[in-house]
Design a protein around this ligand. Structure first.
Ligand SMILES: Nc1ncnc2c1ncn2[C@@H]1O[C@H](COP(=O)(O)OP(=O)(O)OP(=O)(O)O)[C@@H](O)[C@H]1O
Length: 245
């Protein structure tokens, strides 16, 4: 059963494409790693799947789901840490689809936030300002927000980059749990060890798909080399649909 259907998808900025003519299906319950060199279009693809940017061409279809069934964790750098909000408040934001922006939290909601904080090992941090957290604690908090969001599809952009090994292992356990619950997980990852160990399927991206399938078949030296060459050769100022021209 497909969760996300991608058809001839082109994504980019100011009409300059960053992801070209991508086709593929992400099945429900897939655990898909998106890998590729710097500038390959991985983050752009996740933004496109999350609906944060509109396609320049093609479509992203969610046959059985609505946009609210998708939870998206951007790269750590995209979060404003100076925003004056507590850990509890930020995690409770994961509930806003249910509570509304200004709705009060029920006792059950507060319990859900507390449970999520406990699951990521942050009990006792409820009243801390988010700006005071370490990098690893910050990422744990963001995973707690994903937990309360309770989404069918979870998109993670470099969730384990620049965090300690212990946090990485704990958060990877959570991801595995989501997958065991038949949730669909799509993660941009740079550490090939993690991909090989935990992600049965991979998409190797270099503006276009170089390979998409079983991780062992995708992460071959030949494919990795082809991806690097393709990204290096890419003209960032090309107009849309040079292929058709
Ligand atoms: N907001 C933006 N405006 C203009 N161009 C952008 C923007 N964001 C990304 N790009 C460009 O789109 C291309 C793909 O970027 P993207 O961030 O998707 O790559 P990536 O594969 O995630 O790279 P990395 O591994 O370095 O994070 C790059 O050439 C980048 O410079």
């Amino acid at each position: 059963m497909s969760a996300i259907q991608i058809r001839n998808l082109t994504l980019g900025y100011d009409r300059h494409p960053a992801v070209h003519h991508l086709d593929g299906t992400i099945e429900q319950g897939d655990m898909l790693a998106v890998v590729g060199p710097n500038g390959a279009g991985k983050s752009t693809l996740l933004k496109g799947l999350a609906g944060a940017i509109a396609p320049l061409g093609g479509t992203v279809e969610l046959p059985r789901l609505g946009r609210h069934d998708i939870a998206y964790l951007p790269q750590a750098a995209e979060l404003d840490r100076s925003f004056p909000i507590t850990v509890f408040e930020l995690v409770a934001m994961g509930l806003w689809r249910r509570t509304g922006l200004f709705g009060g939290l029920s006792r059950a909601d507060r319990q859900a936030v507390g449970d999520a904080l406990a699951a990521v090992g942050l009990t006792g941090f409820e009243r801390r300002a988010i700006g005071t957290l370490s990098g690893g604690q910050m990422q744990r908090m963001l995973f707690a927000r994903l937990l309360v969001q309770d989404a069918r599809v979870i998109l993670l952009d470099e969730p384990f980059t620049a965090i300690d090994a212990r946090t990485c292992a704990d958060l990877l356990d959570l991801v595995r749990r989501w997958n065991a619950e038949q949730r669909t997980v799509v993660a941009v990852l740079h550490d090939m060890e993690t991909v090989r160990q935990a992600f049965p399927r991979s998409l190797l991206l270099a503006r276009r798909a170089i390979a998409w399938g079983h991780t062992a078949d995708v992460l071959t030296p030949e494919n990795m080399l082809a991806a690097r060459r393709m990204t290096e050769a890419f003209d960032d100022h090309a107009d849309i649909c040079t292929e058709a021209a």
